[in-house]
Design a protein around this ligand. Structure first.
Ligand code: ATP
Ligand code: MG
Length: 570
């Protein structure tokens, strides 16, 4: 993994970290085994793509890009009962959004059903497959265990003719669902259970989104996948480690059929991201049972959710690059993802001011009706970029509730009765009074300002420790702000024996603030725009925004960046 060296990836067009798969490809090109690289991304259209898929997409499409080869998008649609058009469309949208393009090369495994059927007949003719009439239960019982060999089915030694006849009648719909299967004839005593005469075809009367009612038999994944790869001329078939045991079967099918194109299956470790889950089944459950607002809930690790949250495709690609590719199963801390997001947004997101939980401040010695404007660059570190806007200052302002403490704790350097702070870019103010409601809650501060501190620096050089962001009441607008936290309170949800993953949901993963205030310059924002609210984090404009009432999602907090702002703050 390349976590030790994050500078490398952020420095722009630096070469990609090498990994064991790139080494294999380099070798294959050097020896002339292949002239070019063809990969594929093969999602099953039974759910939305998530951050784990993004790792695979970045790998497969990234290799095709770097080696000037191509990457196919192939829908692995062999399970008609689970697949839906909604998912197909979402997958295409998400892969494009991530920044990749399959060009002409969009395929469906179902495109190959006729060819796959012909290959199955060929295996039968070679006496390498047979029709088994045994029940699913019987087949299971005869499979043996990891320590005991299985037993041959009583139907294993049928003649080629009988098998061909039965298989054709399976296809033509003569037999009920589940009554017969086609199995590979390999070895019931094979130490690898996958090789104990695996099922190749089953009977299932189910309308398929692509082939309709044409088929009543459907090929199994292990038979379909290797042959689809071969048909498409894939050179390197990259998959996650759980398919390691299936590799001998992948090779067996292609070898027995003596196919010219025999892609190499290479396994890599799947992405596990802490505080989140990357299982389509569990994500579906979160959506169905309404633990989240939908597939695009900004807390979801789906690409749709991440897009809505405001994460950029660049940050997801940067993250994929940083975690690298290996064979070691690990859990990546969520903070590694967030660092990539910050590193990507830092140079991109203009700085503005927004007060999330406003506390009213009246500057008693500032004339009523007077307004001063302070020039505020969108990129304080690089003012010429994108220029600046004017931030108005007036008698009534808002600061953050948490920037005031009536009885300050040690090391609290912000506002308190009798204390001074700097309002960023404006003036130094001093708290001279506190207004409370009947419940004793502080609802307003009375302050004075130092007219000699215009711009934020006191004339006499006295030290002012705290710098606060603020907005003018009259020159700001109300906004809704949605603050997100980890979706799961547990680091590795779903991994504790006897604990349901739903019990590990973080009850505080969403906090909605209805009364935040942002500077007027944000009146015309459009969904998808991103900003840094000084001191508060990176925010995106949510599609729920209506004219004059923006809705912001917090993408990520600033964390470490705050120290830097303080240093350069005025
Ligand atoms: P799930 O287990 O969530 O249903 P899946 O692997 O069945 O996921 P597919 O649609 O078959 O989902 O996945 C398409 C491709 O994405 C496969 O090649 C798979 O290996 C890869 N992939 C899925 N999850 C991850 C992950 N967490 N990390 C890396 N690659 C993944
Ligand atoms: Mg799968």
């Amino acid at each position: 993994m390349s976590l030790q060296n994050p500078e490398r990836e952020t420095s722009g067009v630096s070469p990609h970290a090498t990994n064991f798969i790139r080494n294999i490809i380099d070798e294959d090109l050097a020896t002339g085994k292949h002239q070019s690289v063809v990969t594929r991304f093969p999602p099953e259209p039974n759910g939305y793509l998530h951050i784990g898929h993004a790792k695979s997409i970045c790998l497969n499409f990234g290799l095709a890009r770097d080696y000037q080869g191509r990457c196919h998008l192939r829908f692995d649609d062999t399970n008609p009962e689970k697949e839906e058009l909604e998912y197909i469309q979402a997958i295409e949208r998400d892969v494009r959004w991530l920044g990749f393009d399959w060009g002409e090369h969009k395929y469906h495994a179902s495109d190959y059903f006729e060819q796959l059927y012909a290959y199955a007949e060929e295996l039968i003719r070679r006496d390498k497959a047979y029709v088994d009439d045994a029940s699913a239960e019987d087949i299971r019982l005869r499979r043996g265990t990891l320590t005991e060999p299985g037993q041959d089915s009583p139907f294993r030694n049928r003649s080629v003719e009988e098998n061909l006849d039965l298989f054709r009648r399976m296809r033509s719909g003569e037999f009920p669902d589940g009554s017969r299967v086609l199995r590979a004839k390999i070895d019931m005593a094979h130490p690898n259970m996958v090789m104990r005469d695996p099922t190749l075809y089953r009977i299932r009367r189910q309308t398929h989104p692509h082939t309709g009612d044409k088929w009543v038999i459907y090929p199994m994944y292990d038979f379909t996948h290797c042959l689809s790869d071969s048909i498409e001329g894939i050179t390197h078939s990259l998959c996650t480690l759980e398919f390691e045991n299936n590799r001998p079967l992948y090779d067996w099918v292609l070898d027995e059929l003596e196919l010219e194109c025999h892609p190499q299956q290479i396994e890599f470790a799947r992405l596990n991201l802490e505080s989140t889950i990357v299982s389509k089944r569990k994500l579906l459950q979160l959506v169905r049972e309404e633990h989240v607002s939908g597939w695009d809930d900004p807390r979801m690790p789906t690409l749709a959710g991440m897009r809505r949250r405001g994460y950029t495709p660049e940050s997801i690609r940067l993250f994929a690059e940083r975690i690298g590719i290996s064979k070691a199963e690990t859990w990546i801390p969520f903070s590694v993802f967030e660092e990539a997001v910050r590193d990507d947004l830092n140079p991109k997101a203009p700085r503005v001011m927004g007060v999330l939980r406003p506390l009213r401040v009246v500057i008693e010695n500032y004339p009523e009706g007077q307004v001063e404007e302070f020039e505020a660059p969108y990129f304080p570190d690089d003012p010429p970029r994108m220029g600046s806007r004017k931030v108005p200052f007036s008698r009534v302002l808002y600061i953050e509730q948490e920037d005031f403490m009536e009885v300050p704790v040690p090391k609290f350097f912000r506002l308190a009765p009798g204390r001074e702070v700097r309002l960023r870019r404006a003036y130094i103010i001093k708290c001279v009074g506190v207004v409370k409601d009947e419940a004793g809650q502080v609802v307003e501060l009375r302050c004075t300002y130092d007219p000699d501190s215009r711009g934020g620096d006191p004339k006499d050089g006295r030290k002012i420790k705290g710098t606060l962001h603020w907005v003018s009441e009259e020159h700001s607008l109300q906004a809704e702000v949605r603050l997100y936290d980890r979706l799961f309170a547990h680091d590795r949800p779903g991994t504790t024996e006897g604990v349901d993953f739903l019990q590990e949901l973080n009850p505080d993963s969403l906090v909605t603030l209805q009364h935040s205030r942002v500077e007027k310059s944000l009146e015309q924002v459009t969904p998808g725009q991103r900003f840094q609210f000084e001191r508060q984090g990176y925010f995106s404009v949510d599609p729920d925004t209506t004219p004059g009432r923006p809705v912001f999602n917090r993408i990520v907090t600033l964390k470490d960046t705050w120290a830097r702002i303080m240093k350069g703050a005025k």
